[in-house]
Design a protein around this ligand. Structure first.
Ligand SMILES: Cc1cc2nc3c(=O)[nH]c(=O)nc-3n(C[C@H](O)[C@H](O)[C@H](O)COP(=O)(O)OP(=O)(O)OC[C@H]3O[C@@H](n4cnc5c(N)ncnc54)[C@H](O)[C@@H]3O)c2cc1C
Length: 454
């Protein structure tokens, strides 16, 4: 973990100043430019966004060039959402009335979102997903629906069906196959006459006399400057800025310390702790673009799935902080759980459960497909045993032994467990009002526990 915090990094003097990334560099001198390449559209970056844009443009006959700092196309994960699709139709899933869901999501962010984008997704993602499905299926890639959290519509864990995943060619885990789709997108783009320049990092945007963006200056891997002139547009699709400490400090100060800075790879695939340096965003700012008016910027937290019976859930049983206190309704997904843990003393909390937990709820692991049968309890327990072997979980025959091994204050932790068990027996959580169906007593040995630190 990186040890910077906002107060160390920022003080009143610095607060009024500009961040280094906000100050435009000197324009690259014309005589340093080795080559000029003309096209109609320049797409900067070859991830999913850049490739979809570039291929869609080629399909409409637009002369298109991708320049990317990576050595090839990049991607990570592979859970791709759409409101509906032909795959969902084949599975007999109903078209979801998701407007209520959207209103709840807006409320969750105090309506600090651009609703036009959300409803654009709602109205047009089906068309986009069907375009992708047709393309990848022709190439032998199967599109499935990833298993999600089956829960009541108004539960904080509820996920509407719609997470698509690409499997086949050795990928079986639903949600890990994005590169299957990305490779098909790239080969279709090249077959349609699109051009790609690898290891070419965009440095500055060019404006024409009217102030319109008319191109981009990039450096190839030998440091030669090349000018790409775009008759129609330049699209910046350079990914995120989580590898840029200053940008993180400015736009996501509360989370900046959890990222690792310093590795400058442009080929980052599946990696946590930071991807790219926000070079596209910086170039746009230098050219006069406005930053979205949402603060802090959304962060992508997806941790704390330890001991979860749902694919994107979190442990539903008892959670204790380092003082041995229960501190919340545990009924929320992995991402929200991670955020509640970060607000606890020493940013730490523990999940504790008994063997009966495997038998009392249907277990659906991450990476399965919608409609898969629940895992049999023996397989659930075998999974816990693997976590015990890896040191992530502690297993004990008594709760007393377990809380001591977890480093919790014994008396307090045991009294909280007893209180929790009492609420379970009553079938009503009058402390944090968790749903009764998630009240499972800690009653059957062996008992398991671990830190919610993923
Ligand atoms: C661990 C992890 C798992 C994830 N899993 C999922 C998932 O399952 N489903 C999902 O929807 N999202 C997932 N995401 C988020 C997802 O990766 C991003 O939202 C998505 O990749 C963004 O696509 P993009 O094309 O905008 O950027 P990226 O895929 O990040 O691509 C950026 C491209 O720009 C290039 N580039 C950067 N700077 C320059 C420059 N100066 N000049 C030229 N090129 C440049 C890069 O080399 C790269 O080619 C995950 C993220 C992480 C970190």
């Amino acid at each position: 973990m990186h040890n910077t915090n906002v107060s160390e990094y920022m003080d009143a003097n610095k607060a009024g100043a500009k961040w280094a990334f906000e100050i435009p560099p000197e324009p690259v001198a014309e005589e340093l430019i080795k080559e000029t390449i003309k096209t109609q559209l320049v797409v900067v970056g070859e991830g999913l966004s850049g490739l979809c844009t570039a291929l869609a443009a080629r399909e409409k006959g637009v002369d298109t060039v991708i320049i990317t700092a990576s050595g090839g196309p990049v991607g990570r994960g592979g859970s791709v959402c759409a409101a509906y699709s032909k795959v969902m139709e084949r599975l007999g899933l109903p078209r979801q009335e998701v407007k209520d869901f959207y209103l709840e999501e807006f409320a969750a962010s105090s309506f600090g979102v651009d609703q036009r984008k959300w409803y654009r997704f709602y109205k047009h993602s089906e068309e986009a997903m069907n375009w992708l499905i047709d393309m990848v299926e022709k190439d032998g890639v199967e599109v499935v629906l990833e298993d999600g959290n089956e829960d009541d519509v108004h539960s904080p864990t509820y996920q509407p069906a719609g997470t698509h995943a690409f499997v086949g060619k050795g990928v079986t885990f639903a949600g890990a196959g994005i590169m299957l789709a990305i490779k098909v997108l790239e080969s279709n783009y090249l077959a349609a006459g699109g051009r790609v320049y690898y290891r070419t990092a965009a440095k500055q945007l060019i404006k024409d006399k009217s102030g319109r963006i008319s191109g981009v200056i990039a450096a190839d891997e030998n440091g030669n400057y090349i000018k790409y002139e775009a008759e129609k547009a330049v699209v910046l699709a350079t990914g995120d800025f989580s590898k840029n400490k200053d940008m993180m400090m400015k736009y996501c100060p509360a989370y900046a310390k959890y990222f690792k800075y310093g590795n400058d790879s442009y080929d980052t695939g599946f990696a946590v702790g930071g991807l790219f340096k926000g070079e596209g965003q910086q170039m746009a700012l230098w050219a006069g673009a406005a930053w979205q008016r949402t603060f802090p910027n959304a962060i992508f937290v997806q941790g704390s799935r330890l001991g979860s019976h749902m694919p994107y859930g979190s442990h539903r049983g008892l959670r204790l902080n380092i003082n041995g206190e229960r501190y919340c309704n545990e009924d929320c997904n992995g991402a929200y759980t991670a955020i509640t843990v970060l607000r606890q003393p020493k940013e730490t909390a523990f999940a504790i459960w008994g063997t009966n937990y495997a038998y009392e709820l249907p277990w659906h692991p991450h990476g399965g497909r919608r409609g898969d049968k629940a895992l049999p309890p023996e397989k659930v327990i075998a999974g816990w045993e693997r976590e015990v072997q890896s040191g992530r979980l502690i297993k004990c025959d008594t709760l007393e032994e377990l809380v001591v091994k977890l480093g919790l204050p014994k008396e307090k932790a045991l009294s909280e467990i007893e209180r929790y068990n009492e609420l379970c027996r009553k079938g009503e959580d009058t402390d944090f009002y968790k749903k009764s169906k998630y009240l499972q007593e800690k009653k059957q040995a062996p008992f398991y526990g671990g830190a919610l630190d993923d």
